[in-house]
Design a protein around this ligand. Structure first.
Ligand SMILES: [Zn+2]
Length: 122
């Protein structure tokens, strides 16, 4: 290969759509919480500050680029191509599990943003 020649960019295959719930998944028949859930129902048993923290987090993630936010049975997930962050609402706090080890799921926080400081102000 010639020096300086770019590698052809491989276009990822299209996402598979679950016929029952419409979920968009990287592979066919990938396990997921199949169903239609709402943010309102998911946070129904949480104190009001928990959904405020979630909304602040969601707004900060959206500032990084387009993202799909998917409420599931027990958590809400953030997806670009893959799901890279799951948040489970508890009564008085929001339990977040980022999947930052995935290169496909790299999340770039804009310069000057500090998630922890922003959430502490919520
Ligand atoms: Zn489904």
């Amino acid at each position: 290969m010639k020096q300086g020649k770019k590698h052809p960019r491989l276009k990822p295959p299209p996402l598979w759509h679950c016929p029952r719930c419409g979920a968009k998944l990287v592979t066919r028949d990938m396990w997921h919480s199949c169903g239609n859930y709402t943010i309102k129902d998911l946070f129904a048993r949480s104190e009001p500050n928990v959904i405020r923290i979630f909304r602040t987090l969601a707004a900060m993630v959206r500032e990084c680029g387009p993202v799909t936010i998917i409420p599931q049975k027990t958590r809400v997930v953030f997806q670009v191509r893959v799901r890279f962050l799951g948040c489970t609402p508890r009564r008085s706090y929001l339990l977040c599990n980022p999947r930052v080890h995935s290169q496909k799921a790299a999340l770039q926080v804009p310069e000057g943003h500090d998630v922890c400081q922003a959430l502490a102000r919520t």
